[in-house]
Design a binder for this molecule. Structure first.
Ligand code: GDP
Ligand code: MG
Length: 598
């Protein structure tokens, strides 16, 4: 019957192995788009994604393929974001599929994210269809990589299509493999509705749009539906499929992938991983795997000099419409005034939001040092989660502090293993074990404190492996740790925006680095400025910025007035990017410069 001719699949790959290029090729071969539409409509649809070559927002597309067996198949391609920050979103997209096309760059082989993604696909019980890409390149080693896939991943790869997504070679073989190897869906069409939300976005006309995979039942306009985790009810306004532009259809049935709109005002009511069912005749149990979005990293976001608080709030609200994982609440800083404490899934997510505030909203902001969430047990046994170092209770009231630990998988060529072990040791890592991937590459498994990973760990990894290292990590547990709050004092006044929580053994060296950095970036002023790092009352590092000897105008004493004016103008310009902290002027870049350590 109907479902026999449906295939639901994702494409998974390490970054840059060619996932987006292959997706474009598949759409081109089977979709309804013209060449011109193709250009405008490739799956990575944000500028930022194109620039950074990563998929952030999921897209899905229905393809029609006439297979060699003479039948027409509906292939639903569900794209997944290609970054560790979005592991949960990836897992929900995979849960909507029966199979995954695993793209491996035949010049590179298996990488950290290849393994992480295969692991996620395995957890969802998906059939994995390996594909070797970039065989047009002279440096490709398909036979070696086939053996590597078989050995490391444990799936047969001898028959894997060898393709060039870029040149469009052998794309048909991939389509045939999807048809022959990926199982058809087989949900009960007559059962009560059971649909998995694997993505959602906000449309200013339709409201929140839920991308769904129907596991059981059917849904059409006018049906009264309920979000099972959130408990809210809505009336369906439209159901449709994505081709990849939205196309309304009369009904979606078990096995189908499509979208549902229901005048839902906020994407928060349309959570990825939630199950949609009928309000009156609900399915018995929700689909497993639903999780609330839990931010892992927080930072303060403040309007820079000359920007308004309200503009920043409006921008954050707009971004949040489309990004249920972004959280923010007002906070005040003694140093920076009114701003927001924002929560992110990870550092990339934070970076994306910062850039969007800059590019899409043209806002200058100051972001304070990112912080993870610490679990603090007070002497009265009250437990609290601390996302802002300034909210840490006084030392005398703290019984125990715990920090988040991640499990990291790092893949590096042999010759860099020493460098990376040193890096991980510096970052308080504990090696769990080490495996050889092939004679030339090693996988290192480390437990690392997340607060060591968020400070440019990835950049350090890249620079210590000449770009060959790859990293993947996931949250493991909270662990007790000897942590202290380090404060920075400018001209004897504490600047709360610079405060951070660090491991006791790291406080001295980090304090020294930060003082040195600040000395470099803060311009000399009319008075001597001591810069100090302190833990409690104890100063652990100190630098001094000497005073400017003369007034900037003194030089022109008696000189001509236009020169004087020019100098004043210049001084004003320099001030634009300055922030007054107490009586010290600090350039905006100071807030960034304190974040790099290696
Ligand atoms: P993704 O990060 O997995 O989505 O990778 P992309 O599809 O963005 O591809 C990464 C880079 O590899 C781009 O510069 C592509 O043009 C290039 N690329 C993709 N497929 C091929 C291929 O078959 N051959 C060659 N030579 N380059 C390719
Ligand atoms: Mg991509």
């Amino acid at each position: 019957e109907r479902q026999k001719y449906i295939r639901n699949f994702s494409i998974i790959a390490h970054i840059d192995h060619g996932k987006s290029t292959l997706a474009d090729r598949l759409i081109e071969k089977t979709g309804l788009l013209t060449q011109r539409e193709m250009k405008e409509q490739i799956l990575d649809n944000m500028d930022l994604e194109r620039e950074r070559g990563i998929t952030i927002k999921l897209q899905t597309s229905r393809l029609i393929y006439k297979a060699q067996d003479g039948h027409e198949y509906i292939l639903n391609l569900i794209d997944t974001p290609g970054h560790v920050d979005f592991t949960y979103e990836v897992s929900r997209s995979l849960a909507a599929c029966e199979g995954a096309v695993l793209v491996v760059d035949a010049t590179q082989g298996v990488e950290a994210q290849t393994l992480a993604n295969v692991h996620l696909a395995d957890e969802q019980g998906l059939t994995i269809v390996p594909v070797l890409n970039k065989i047009d390149l002279p440096s490709s080693r398909p036979q070696e990589i086939i053996e590597e896939i078989e050995e490391v991943i444990g799936i047969l790869a001898e028959d894997a299509p060898q393709i060039s997504a870029k040149d469009g070679i052998n794309i048909e073989a991939v389509l045939e493999k999807i048809v022959s190897d990926v199982p058809a869906p087989d949900g009960d069409e007559t059962a009560p509705l059971k649909a998995l939300i694997f993505d959602s976005y906000y449309d200013s006309y339709k409201g929140a749009v839920a991308y769904v995979r129907l596991m059981e039942g059917s849904v059409k306009k006018g049906d009264r539906i309920k979000m099972m985790a959130l408990g809210k009810q809505f009336e369906v306004v439209e159901v449709g499929v994505s081709v990849p532009t939205p196309l309304a259809v009369p009904e979606l049935k078990a096995g189908d992938v499509g979208y549902i709109t229901a005048s839902i005002k906020n994407v928060k009511d349309c959570r990825v991983g939630d199950t949609i069912t009928f309000a009156n005749t609900p399915t018995e149990a929700a689909l497993p795997g639903y999780k609330k979005a839990t931010p892992m990293v927080y930072c303060g976001i403040y309007p820079a000099e000359g920007e308004s608080y309200d503009d920043v709030r409006d921008a954050l609200e707009k971004l949040q419409l489309n990004d249920a994982a972004l959280s923010f609440e007002p906070e005040t800083s003694v140093a920076l005034g009114f701003g927001f404490r924002c929560g992110f899934l990870g550092l990339l997510h934070l970076e994306i939001i910062e850039q969007r505030l800059d590019r899409e909203f043209d806002l200058d902001i100051i972001a304070t040092a990112p912080s993870v969430i610490y679990r603090v047990t007070k002497t009265d046994d009250e437990v609290s989660m601390i996302q802002n170092p300034s909210n840490l209770p006084p030392v005398t009231e703290i019984k125990m502090m715990e920090e988040p630990i991640v499990t990291a998988n790092i893949i590096v060529p042999n010759e860099y293993v020493g460098n990376i072990m040193e890096l991980c040791q510096n970052r308080r890592g504990e090696m769990v074990h080490m495996d050889y991937l092939d004679p030339k590459r090693v996988v290192l498994h480390y437990d690392l404190p997340l607060n060591e990973v968020i400070y440019d760990f990835f950049d350090a990894l890249k620079s210590k492996t000449r770009g060959y290292g790859s990293l993947d990590y996931e949250f493991k547990e909270y662990r007790e740790s000897d942590l202290v709050k380090m404060d920075i004092l400018l001209n004897k006044e504490m600047v709360d925006a610079f405060s951070m929580i660090v491991h006791r053994t790291k406080a001295d060296s980090r304090g020294r680095v930060i003082c040195e950095r600040l000395k470099e970036v803060i311009p000399r002023q009319m008075f001597v400025i001591p810069i100090q790092a302190a833990v409690g009352n104890k100063v652990i590092a100190r630098e001094t910025i000497s005073a400017l000897r003369k007034d900037v105008l003194a030089k022109c004493y008696g000189g001509d007035i236009s020169r004087k004016k020019k100098l004043l103008e210049k001084q004003k310009e320099g001030k634009k990017k300055m922030r007054q902290l107490g009586n010290v002027e600090v350039p905006q870049q100071a807030f960034l410069s304190v974040l790099k350590f290696d």
